[in-house]
Every structure is written in C-alpha cells, then in structure tokens.
Design a binder for this molecule. Structure first.
Ligand code: ADP
Ligand code: ADP
Ligand code: ZN
Length: 222
C-alpha cells in the first residue's frame, strides 16, 4: 500500500489492546500509539497537561479531548509514525474520532481498520486487577494469565523491577468500564458505518487473538 496503515484497537480496559499492539509492532513493524502511555508520561513529567490529567485518570474518567488531542498530534508529528500506526486507547469519544479523521485527511490518509476486541465486562475486572508491567521495557504481564517464563525476570529484557498502575484497582476499573460504555462503545457503530469495522473475540487466548489480528492486518498491509 502507498500510505502507511492506520489501525485502531477498540475495547474496554483489559481487553488486551496494549498486549496485542506490542505484538503487532513485532509482527508488522507498525508503531503503537497509546494515549494512556502518553498521558502517564505527561503526569510523570509534571507538564501542565499532566497536572490536569492526573486526578481525572485516578478517578477512572476520561481526560478532555483538548488535552488528549494535543498530546496525540505531537506524537503523530514524529517521523517513526510513517511506518504505520496502531492506535491503542484512542479515539475514545465522538469528538476524538472526528478530529482523527480530520488529521488523517490532511495527510491524505484514513482509518484502514477499527478492530473491536469483544470481551465480557466482568472478566475485565480480573484482567486489570492482575496486570503489571516491566519497568524496564514496558512488557505487560498478569498475575494469573501471563507470567514471565522465569519468575521475577522479564522475558523480553531480563529486568527484575515491575510496576502496577495506580488506576488498576477494582473500583476504578468499574468507573472506566462505565466511561467506555457511555463514551467509547458508540464508536463501534461509527466505524461500522464507514465500512472499516472488524471484530475479534477478545476472550480467546493471547496467541489466538494474535493470529486473528495477523489475518486482518496482513490483508491491510499487503
Ligand atoms: P488493555 O490495554 O486493553 O487495557 P492489556 O493488554 O494491558 O489490556 O491486558 C490487560 C491484562 O490482561 C494484562 O495483564 C494482560 O497480560 C492480560 N491479558 C491480555 N490479553 C489477555 C487474554 N487474551 N487472556 C488473558 N489475559 C490477557
Ligand atoms: P486502559 O486501556 O486500561 O483503559 P489506558 O492506558 O488506555 O487504559 O487509559 C488510562 C486512562 O487514561 C483512562 O482511564 C483515561 O483517564 C485516560 N485516557 C487514555 N486515553 C484517553 C483518551 N483517548 N481520551 C481520554 N482519556 C484517555
Ligand atoms: Zn522488560
């Protein structure tokens, strides 16, 4: 294809967006753009945007479109996105979806596929509560579902320091699920109407989803 691919992973917290986005980077050389990661970096750096976002994220609500769009635009101006992108956790509102269409149109691009990871809400509480990541390389793990091959050491980088997110507790996850259903799930219909919606069974195993996504993405990047 002449233009870099633009893929969206849609799904509630815990659906597996981050896990699969990293695998799509490996499998297809695409670049993961996670607005959650970008916002957490802004919070850690103490930027103005980060200061505004912090309390909203801790409460499990959505950060304003204005802040998220500013952060995403900056990231999309970096040269590596020319390889094609996987948007993980963005767009999350009608306004963000419309802004993305506008941004892509300026570059002669469009969304190639919005992939809905269909999951069972109750299972997401367990997935998110058991989530942790390697502090060195960001590889994601789970207390029960994805343990490192060697206990206490990261499979990817050998690091031994792991971290958990402040918002990954059962109470906040329920707020995030509410926000997902109220503000983000309607985007499934939006992308369906554009003819770019694809669905995968997000309750399947990590390797089974990887292979389902490879089928979809392989056709787009061919
Ligand atoms: P999201 O980015 O959509 O919030 P993650 O990719 O971070 O979700 O996955 C949430 C947690 O569930 C992580 O701990 C991850 O290791 C685990 N996980 C991801 N996909 C699956 C799956 N298909 N089955 C079981 N656990 C999974
Ligand atoms: P998850 O995939 O587990 O839901 P994320 O890392 O994508 O988590 O998001 C964590 C938090 O960051 C969200 O609960 C929200 O407060 C904020 N956030 C991330 N992306 C967006 C976005 N596109 N719009 C608004 N808020 C966002
Ligand atoms: Zn690591």
């Amino acid at each position: 294809m002449t233009q870099p691919a633009v893929l969206i992973l849609l799904g509630p917290p815990g659906a597996g967006k981050g896990t699969q986005a990293r695998m799509l980077e490996e499998d297809f050389g695409l670049v993961q753009l996670s607005t959650g990661d970008l916002l957490r970096a802004a919070v850690a750096a103490g930027t103005e945007a980060g200061k505004k976002a912090k309390a909203v994220m801790e409460a499990g609500a959505l950060v304003s479109d204005e802040i998220v769009l500013a952060i995403l635009k900056d990231r999309m101006a970096e040269p590596d996105v020319a390889k094609g992108i996987i948007l993980d956790g963005f767009p999350r509102t009608d306004g963000q979806a419309a802004a993305l269409d506008g941004l892509l149109a300026q570059a002669g691009q469009r969304v190639n596929a919005a992939i809905s990871m269909d999951v069972d809400d109750e299972a997401m509480v367990g997935r998110v509560s058991g989530r942790y990541t390697c502090a060195g390389c960001g590889e994601g793990y789970h207390d029960e579902f994805k343990q490192p091959d060697k206990a206490g050491a990261c499979d990817k980088c050998g690091g031994t320091v792991f971290k958990r997110r402040a918002d990954d507790n059962a109470e906040t996850v329920r707020e995030r699920l509410k926000a997902y259903h109220a503000q983000t799930a309607p985007l499934i219909t939006y992308y369906e109407a554009k003819g770019v919606l694809q669905r995968v069974d997000g309750m399947a195993s990590i390797p089974a989803i990887r292979s389902a996504l490879a089928d979809i993405v392989g056709k787009i990047t061919a």
